[in-house]
Design a protein around this ligand. Sequence first.
Ligand code: SF4
Length: 260
Amino acid sequence: MQNKKTHISYSELKDWAHCPHYHKKNWIEKVASFEGNEYTAFGTAIHDVCEKKLLRENIDEAKVFQIGFDKELEKLAEKNIEVNQKNVEQMRTAGPEVLAEVEDALGDYFGDYEVYSSEELLYEEIENFGYHFKGFVDAVVKVGNKYHIFDWKTCSWGWDSRKKAEKMVTYQLTLYKHFFCQKHNLDPKDVETHFALLKRTAKKNRVEIFRVTSGPRKTENALKLLYQAIYNIQKGFTIKNRLNCHKPYPCSLRNTEHCR
Ligand code: SF4
């Protein structure tokens, strides 16, 4: 199948880095698409409310969350995707508990901030490749002259220090920062990056925001990987990375007609 794509997102890059063959099946042939589960439904619902809270919309957050969550669960049911009801019940309680802490967590972390953008589209040219980088930046706030990019992440109890520093995880923010600076013609020194964890099973501190550094060396490395991916995708080079068939979870294509 011919690859007619002209843009790449961070999720696509992550899949390519995981296994180029998996990338081909998922993004070019589109035979391996993950269609969601109760975790993604929870993530989408809570993410939407966080966006509204950031924009200081006057809403009943628990109600909006439950409506959004039900809608996402319905979409899964329409696709005949079964969900674990015990998880769903836990999520119904956890959602409003997490949301109740968002405002204070943002205030404690950023102090006096103004919202610069929410769900901002990046569609930036990648020089010399005829490709664009596409992404949605969850939130950008300004404190004084500094821009702070952050991405909401739902998780269970939190992330350990290894996950917080994992190269491929943090490259998302590194690339967002690079292309955000390109779009707005900003000096990278004026932009910082952060993850905001929304913890489903934590008993306290359910919202944790922490900084991820994205300096020149790391940006160079992230871009190198991006260029390598585009080059290989354009050439149609799709090796199987057998080292990752079980990492971090068993690959959904393993032992199927799409990968034997
Ligand atoms: S099973 Fe292994 S080789 Fe096949 S697509 Fe998945 S990660 Fe790649």
